[in-house]
Ligand binder design. Sequence first.
Ligand code: GLY
Ligand code: MN
Ligand code: MN
Length: 449
Amino acid sequence: MTALPQDNLSALYPAHLAEIEKRSADALAACGRDSLVVAAGLPHGWFLDDQNYPFKTNPHFLHWLPLADAPGSWIVCTPGTRPKLVFLQPRDYWHVAPAAPAGYWTEHFDIVTIREPEQARVHLPKDPSRCAIIGEANATAGDFAPDNPAAALDLLQYRRALKTPYEITMMRVASRIGVHGHRAAEKAFRGGLSEFDIHCKYLEATRLAESQLPYGNIIALDAHAAVLHYMHHDRNPPVHAHSFLIDAGGQFHGYASDITRTCASPDAGEFQALIDAVESAQQGFCAKVRAGQSYPDLHRHAHLVLMQAMRHQGFVTCSPEAAVAEGISSTFFPHGLGHLIGLQVHDVAGFARDEAGNTIPKPEGHPYLRLTRTLEPGMVVTIEPGLYFIDMLLEELKAKPAAKNVAWGKVNAFRKYGGIRIEDDVVCTEGDPVNLTREAFAATASPQH
Ligand code: GLY
Ligand code: MN
Ligand code: MN
């Protein structure tokens, strides 16, 4: 049987932990404290109710451990000593308590189990003022309240952009999980199902509950694809759907994948030709995920290439340079080329210039770009160009002089398709990029996986 990516986690974990300990020691030096204390967090309750929102673990906690369901737990890192896990396993016959720690990581920690959140305090360092306490405000144990010192957090978040091989493996698994869902969703589209039913097929294939998705599924038939974050899930199928855009990810121990595909029905050949052009452009951008590449430059390059494609397909009559300068490209491609991804789907520190909290501004005219850094080995980014027919933006363009450079008959004929986005997650390495999404589609092509 073929090895699965996760088979390798135990071998990769010690080096990952050593890296996290090194970063923590540097963060403590930056803020002048002795111990880093990370709260997993506690659930948030509904207003005037006795129920909670789904629990979302502090990503800084998940960076240490694959424990996505351990509310009330803490990690204590004091450089020079073994890290400690204060693990909350409540005595509770109402709910399923988190399982006792098990697996490849446990031997690296001193673990104490507590039964009530308040019991954490006696296992935390004596003097909170000597600790950098990372967590949400509600995750307080006695006098131990998260203070999130900026000097520590800026350093940790800046470096979180650089994934260890252990983290890349986590993201490989998240990619495979997402791809299982994408395959089931495309089949459901071809079978004529509604957006809601396609969504259900996606959940079934990924074995993820909705609250475990890295972000709300975007599942759009026809003109709905023109709403960039369409999360409505229409219960009624159209009589005949012409196009399908799905932006949906997988999740593994808190690590995300973020995948978009667009398909046309067999009778929508004209739309398929535009999908093919975006796909070919997207593959060109993925090939440029290399150390030293400025991401804003790549984003600007994408505007030009997409306008070349639109000219070639007869939507735009001017040069790509003119289409960019006159704002035509921003009408059809009104979002950023991509973002960092990891423990958060839009991962932190996309604008960080350094680990001291300075930032790199977005290029003028590109307000939705989420990544202004230069690529380095270990970064994982999405590459997600798109072309859309968004009524609101088309109306604005019609009112500008640049409108004369647009073939409106052709544009209007494509409104019914909504739009196209193709999104892969790509690792920047010392050499060639590694496309986690394409790799996952290739690995899951045969039924035995
Ligand atoms: N799924 C949201 C995004 O692609 O950024
Ligand atoms: Mn994305
Ligand atoms: Mn996406």
